[in-house]
Design a protein around this ligand. Structure first.
Ligand SMILES: [Zn+2]
Length: 282
């Protein structure tokens, strides 16, 4: 029997977490490919991030996954927006923004070298911050989206929780950066999949039962990704979904008929190819 494509668009793995073992659990549950998003837990050396050292760790993790499992994975690299909160205090907002931009430029170079396929997660803090940090985050985001456009790759956004208004605002920032909206993936989205809800952005949906059902019903064409945002932090085991959530939900919903196989091919293969320019092999 041909395999069903099972794609998680947002997985973090840490060398001090379950690391490759988590990818093995994902594979065992039926997962076929995933996007490895840079884990920002160890970016700083002193007051400033060392982007190359940090990104090399994620690139090495992806290589280990490819070597030790049958799961395909690709890499997204970027300056985590919450870092600006810390840097605003230690370096000042302006230098903090410069560091984020440097992080995006370094990520773009890794994309050009074929080590990564997307810039992310980038965006703005998901919690209340000072006006100064908020405004600076938006300035940085516009610049970073321009860098992603220049690198010819999509961007994965981390922001406050989304509603249609937030999606419209993020879309306007993309427009100012001349980054096509459909190259901007909103990570951790509720199922805002209808055109009037997602405003052209590409939604990556938290894989809860409720959300998957709604995404499948509202956008049967599969213009969405599923994700866990697995963080692989051993000290916070219950913060997000287990790493095998997407494969378990997909197989359950295939059996119940909530998801069709064709929908999974669209979401997990066609859109993966179109957005990231990679080719899942099944
Ligand atoms: Zn994340």
């Amino acid at each position: 029997m041909a395999r069903v494509p099972v794609f998680d668009n947002h997985v973090h793995l840490r060398p001090d977490g379950h690391h490759v073992e988590a990818a093995k659990a994902y594979e065992k549950a039926g997962g076929t490919h995933f996007m490895l998003v840079h884990s920002p837990h160890d970016d700083f050396v002193g007051d400033t991030p060392d982007w190359e050292r940090a990104y090399d760790r994620t690139v090495a993790t992806a290589e280990a996954v490819r070597k030790e499992t049958g799961v395909q994975c690709w890499v997204a690299l970027g300056p985590y927006p919450v870092h600006l909160v810390r840097m605003a205090e230690t370096l000042g907002v302006e230098r903090g923004v410069q560091q984020l931009i440097k992080g995006a430029e370094t990520a773009a170079r890794y994309v050009e070298e074929g080590k990564a396929v997307a810039i992310g997660e980038v965006g703005r803090p998901h919690f209340e911050v000072s006006d100064e940090v908020w405004d600076a985050s938006n300035v940085a985001l516009e610049e970073i989206l321009g860098i992603a456009r220049g690198a010819g790759c999509p961007a994965i956004l981390h922001t406050e929780s989304a509603d249609p208004e937030v999606m419209a605002d993020l879309g306007a920032i993309a427009d100012r950066a001349k980054m096509p909206r459909d190259r901007v993936i909103k990570h951790y989205a509720p199922p805002l999949v209808k055109p009037e809800e997602c405003h052209g952005l590409f939604p990556s949906i938290i894989a809860s039962r409720k959300h998957i059902r709604k995404a499948a019903a509202d956008a049967p064409g599969g213009r969405w990704f599923l994700e866990t945002d697995y963080i692989d932090d051993l000290s916070r085991p219950d913060v997000v979904m287990p790493v095998d959530t997407v494969p378990r939900r997909v197989s359950g919903f295939l059996q119940s008929g909530d998801l069709g196989e064709e929908m999974l091919w669209k979401s997990g293969v066609e859109w993966v190819e179109r957005l990231y320019g990679v080719h899942p092999e099944l």
